[in-house]
Design a protein around this ligand. Structure first.
Ligand code: OAD
Length: 274
């Protein structure tokens, strides 16, 4: 069985074919034509890609930032305050939920697209769903986590880091090496992004012929600057999102819909157009 058939079967097992309206159909066709020309592609991923796996987005009607407490819990100052325990319990809860979520058709189709050419994926998501889809399909594309990973634990003092989902951060464990406080390996507001992930993403953006913008509001910088840089250096911007975003007007092709429904169709048509 070819790799593409394998992906198709996996996607079909997860989803029903949906009817796409003519405007969406036309936009997918244009995007597929572009992607079939073997371009260099930078992909900017946001929380919308994991929404259909049951991971809530940050903004919008179902977004967790509607809850003011939660937006406070993602700032480094909260970790340094007397609210550290509340913050770590919230993160521990999110870490525990990771073991019950699974990649959706959007993740599988994105990995499928990445198999067809030169793709660099730059994600703001702190879950492991792209990696899970990659491992299941047997192909791991270049993926950079701009906002870190919930699977990782890091010492806030000495920076020692390791992958461990079983460790309970809610009990405020200390670092075995220096005694400093352990925390999730994510980036909080008030902190810098991992240098290498950002540099490689920006480099790929400058080299790219196409920038795919998937499920992000485009409001958080520097991640949102990746499509801007790609555009400045001549890339065609393709957005997939059910809603208008801060990057919609900059985009050359806008596909209005959920990534779990659009990306499988985009993959199918890109293969057809090749
Ligand atoms: P946002 O919550 O800001 O935006 C989510 C986007 O996903 C919106 O544009 C939605 O329209 C879109 N969306 C919802 N469901 C979708 C679906 N099924 N398919 C495709 N798109 C869908 O999330 P991000 O842009 O990822 O940072 O937010 C960026 C950063 O803001 C996060 O990484 C996080 C947060 O603060 C940190 O915590 C540092």
């Amino acid at each position: 069985m070819s790799l593409f058939s394998k992906i198709k079967r996996r996607i079909q097992s997860l989803t029903e074919a949906s009817d796409l309206n003519p405007m969406v159909n036309a936009a997918i066709r244009r995007a597929a034509d572009k992607l079939s020309e073997d371009p260099k592609v930078i992909v900017t991923v946001g929380s919308g890609l994991s929404a259909e796996s049951g991971v809530p987005t940050f903004r919008g009607p179902d977004g967790i930032f509607y809850n003011a407490t939660i937006s406070r819990l993602t700032h480094v100052d909260t970790f340094l305050s007397d609210q550290r325990e509340e913050m770590m319990r919230w993160y521990q809860d999110r870490r525990e939920k990771l073991s019950s979520i699974e990649p959706n058709p959007g993740h599988f189709a994105l990995v499928g697209l990445a198999m067809t050419g030169d793709y660099t994926i730059s994600t703001q998501n702190v879950d492991h769903l792209l990696e899970a889809a990659s491992d299941e399909l047997g192909f791991r594309p270049e993926i950079h986590h701009l906002h870190g990973s919930l699977l990782q634990v890091r010492c806030h003092e000495c920076g020692a880091s390791f992958e461990d989902l079983r460790l309970d951060l809610g009990v405020l464990p200390a670092c075995a090496q220096c005694g400093g406080p352990l925390r999730p390996g994510v980036v909080w507001f008030g902190e810098n992004l991992p240098e290498e992930a950002l540099e490689r993403s920006l480099h790929a953006a400058k080299e790219a012929d196409v920038c795919l913008i998937l499920g992000t509001s485009g409001l958080v910088y520097p991640a949102a600057s990746i499509p801007e840089v790609a555009k400045k250096f001549g890339a065609t911007l393709i957005e997939v999102n059910p809603n208008h975003t801060a990057l919609s007007d900059l985009s050359d092709i806008v596909i209005r819909g959920k990534t779990g429904e659009i990306l499988p169709e985009l993959l199918r048509r890109t293969e057809e157009a090749r």
